[in-house]
Structures are given as C-alpha cells and as structure tokens.
Design a protein around this ligand. Structure first.
Ligand code: PHE
Length: 457
C-alpha cells in the first residue's frame, strides 16, 4: 500500500493518540456528561452510556478512522476516492460534505460555550466570589449570557486561540498544543478528583453514579445516553476521518480506538467524581441541567475552603479540554479549504475560523436579543426553540446519527471484507474482526436508524 504523500502525517503513534483523545475529551465529558447523568437519574444512565460507547460508538470510531486513512484526503475527497475504488456512486462524497457542515455547525456553538468556560477563569480567579451570597454567584451566569458583547468577546477569543493553533498545521500546531494540554488536563483532573474526595461527599457520588436504579430507564434516557456517547467520542462527523487521513499505516486502528474510547469514558467518569462529591456535600441538586457546572458548582466553590483556587483550576481544565476539541472540529474544514483552493493553510484556517465565528453570532444572540425568536415557530414541536436549541438538536439528533448510519452502511455493506480487514490489520476469521463487522453491519445501522427516526418523528 502506498501512502499519498500530499499532506503531513502525525509524527508518532503517541502524538496521534494524544490529539484524538484531545478531540474526544471536551465539554462533552466535563460539562455535558455530568449534567445528563444528573438529569437522567445517575447509575442506570451511566450503564447504558457505557454499553453505547462499546457497542455502537467505538465501532463507528474504528470505521471513521479507517475510511480517513484509506482515503488520505479531506472527508469529501476521501469518500469520493473510496467510492471509486469499490465502484460505488461518487455521490458518497456528499457524506463528506455533510460531515464538514456538521463540524462547522457544532463548532459555532461549541466555541460560545467554550467561551463561557474561559470567562469563568477570571470570574472565579479574581476571588470576588469567595463567600458571596448565592444570588451573586448565579448572577455571574445570567449576566454573562444576557450581555451579547461579553459573549462576543469570549467567543471571539476562543475561536482566535483555535485558529492560532490550527494555522500552524498538524505537527507545528495541533501536536504542539496537545503535547502541553493533554498531560496538563489529566493532572488537573486528578487534582480535582482528589480535592472532591477530600472536601466533598465521595461516597454519595459513587452511589449516585454506580448504583443503577433500573426503574429510571425510559426510551428518552436511552436516546440521551446514545447521543451522548456519539458526541463524546466525536464520531459520526468528518472529524475522525480527517484525523485518520494523517495516520501512518503502522498504527493499529482497532487498538488505538479502544485507547481513545477508554480514555474518553474514564475522563467522563472522573469528571463526575470531581463534580458530584462537591454538589452533594453542599446539599445542591444534581439535576439542575446545563447550569450544573456554571451555576451549581460555583455555589459550592464559593463556600468551600480552597474553593476559589480549585474552582479556578476547574475552569482552566474545562477550557483546555474544549480547545483540544475545537481544533479538531476546525480541522476537516481547514483541510478541505486548503485542498480545494490554491491558498496556504494559514489562510484556509483563518477563513474557516471566520465562518464558524460568524455562524456563532446567532447562538450568542439566541441567549439575549433573540431569545424570543423561534425560527421554526410555525411547527408545534419547535414552538419554543431558539436558534441555539435548534442547531444543537439538528447536529446531535439528526446529523450525527445520520452520518454514522451512512458510514456503517458504506463500510459494512459496500466495502469488501478483504479491504476492511487489510486496513484494520485483522484477519477476516479473527473474532475481533467478526465482532466489528457484525456491530457495523447490523447493530449500528439498527440502533442508529432508531435514533434517527425517533428524532425526526
Ligand atoms: N467530543 C467532544 C466533546 O466531548 C466534542 C466533539 C464533537 C469533538 C464532535 C469533535 C467532534 O466535547
């Protein structure tokens, strides 16, 4: 097998793993997972989440990296090339374009929330919240989201940092950033868990996250857990295809994918252990929703000994995790722009960053000036949904399962066994290969179609 040498490749297996774990670990793990677990009753949700990671999201992760490495180009071009190779329709390029579009939409709101995390570093770090009354602390959040200019500032800063890393390329930009941020992130997380164990109610958190109450399982809980698994791993869009295209042939994709999925799940659970002991020790509610990290948790930090220092550390942790994901969300777009137009990567990164920044303005406004604007208000179901609610639901509930479904059909039903077994480094009669193929041919399409259809109707 020849490698197309047209673009850069990861400098090592470790560099690839750090970048891909960095992509997977983000707001999804530290902000979204704890609040979804909190809202969905804890233990039973966590069990379903882990099953979803193992049985559906990881096989898709493997598939996506495989398609990317085989294609060696941006997602649309890779899909076109692979389709030609197996004599399928060139229309499969559309899957790549859909992926780019999804990444652009996700990054546009991801960076607004990443901006909140950045904003909390000085908010807590300045110390003014120490011992402050509850309404002052929750007021930080309401003040932040109600002021479009403040949101604009933090959103712009977040995109700027992302673009400044991205324009330096794979080795000079992404690898350098993850080499610093990933070890820092793990260290900060361990410190936070130790603090929560020392100063919080750890036993209550373990009980909450690990004692399943099966009566809490409903169809909606299962759907939430599945959606969370996909978002957290970052599968179903073009991102992992782009990262896979920079991958050398000597990396064993199934093994690397298990490392990535394992690390991602571990970080989500550790984030739960950093947050819930503090929440429970202070008599706060675990089910406060998206405000858990931004409103509930600061209430606890303000009261606790050392809370201001550890609270600040927590938001540095959250911001770093978000940045290593946002550079990956920008990557397929940069790669495609760079490949398609005769411009240097630097300019491609700036253009891509600008587009996501501009789309993000709608999310910013949907928290304040356009809070009462319901773009799909004519449909009952969307009557109360803001632009942000819609773009979040559109990407997570429709585009993600749809992209993943098409990928599983392409790799499971259209690509032949010899190609996939060669690309995965597994013999066709090996149990691992047979399991992957079974999951990707039957389980994934079945589960994904259900998610997709349930979300449409
Ligand atoms: N997985 C990231 C997170 O958990 C978000 C993300 C989604 C990254 C999709 C890349 C692709 O926050």
């Amino acid at each position: 097998m020849q490698l197309a040498t047209g673009h850069e490749h990861w400098s090592s297996r470790l560099a690839f793993l750090m970048a891909t774990v960095g992509s997977a670990v983000g707001l999804g793990n530290i902000w979204r997972f704890p609040y979804s677990a909190g809202m969905n009753g804890g233990g039973a949700y966590v069990l379903i989440y882990i099953a979803a990671v193992l049985l559906v999201a990881t096989p898709i992760l493997i598939t996506e990296l495989m398609l990317g490495r085989r294609g060696q180009m941006s997602p649309p071009s890779s899909m076109g090339k692979l389709a030609t190779e197996i004599k399928a329709s060139r229309k499969w390029k559309g899957l790549g374009y859909a992926g780019l579009f999804t990444a652009l939409c996700i990054l546009s709101f991801y960076s607004v929330i990443g901006g909140w995390a950045l904003a909390y570093i000085p908010a807590l770090g300045s110390g003014v919240l120490a011992g402050a009354p509850a309404d002052k602390i929750t007021g930080v959040f309401t003040d932040l989201v109600s002021n479009p200019w403040t949101l604009l500032f933090w959103h712009s800063l977040f995109i700027l940092v992302t673009v400044l890393i991205s324009l330096r390329g794979i080795r000079g930009g992404i690898e350098k950033a993850v080499n610093i941020l990933m070890p820092m992130l793990f260290l900060m997380l361990v410190i936070m868990v130790a603090y929560a164990a020392a100063a919080g109610n750890f036993a209550a958190a373990v009980d909450f996250l690990f004692t399943p109450d099966f009566s809490k399982i409903t169809g909606a809980v299962v759907l939430d857990a599945l959606g969370q698994a996909f978002f957290s791993i970052g599968a179903g869009m073009a991102i992992l295809m782009a990262y896979g295209s920079y991958l050398n042939r000597n990396v064993h994709i199934p093994r690397a994918s298990l490392v990535v999925a394992g690390a991602d799940t571990l970080v989500a659970l550790l984030a739960g252990f950093a947050i819930f002991p503090i929440v429970f020790a202070n008599g706060l509610a675990p089910n406060s929703g998206p405000g858990l990290v931004f409103q509930t948790l600061p209430l606890a930090f303000a009261q606790m000994p050392g809370g201001i220092v550890f609270g600040t550390l927590f938001f540095i942790l959250l911001s770093s995790a978000a940045i290593t994901s946002s550079i990956s969300l920008l990557e397929p777009i940069v790669q495609w722009v760079d490949e398609t137009f005769p411009i240097p990567r630097k300019i491609a990164a700036i253009i891509s960053g600008f587009l996501t920044w501009a789309l993000g303005l709608m999310t910013i406004l949907s928290f304040n000036l356009l809070a009462d604007f319901h773009p799909l208000g004519m449909f009952d179901r969307f009557a109360s949904k803001t632009f942000f609610d819609l773009i979040d639901a559109f990407t997570n509930n429709l585009m993600l399962p749809f992209g993943a479904l098409l990928m599983s059909i392409f790799a499971g039903w259209l690509m032949n066994k010899t190609i996939t077994s060669e690309e995965l480094g597994l013999a066709t009669n090996q149990l691992w290969f047979r399991s992957w193929r079974f999951l990707i041919r039957y389980v994934a399409p079945f589960v994904l179609s259900i998610i997709f259809l349930t979300n449409i109707f």
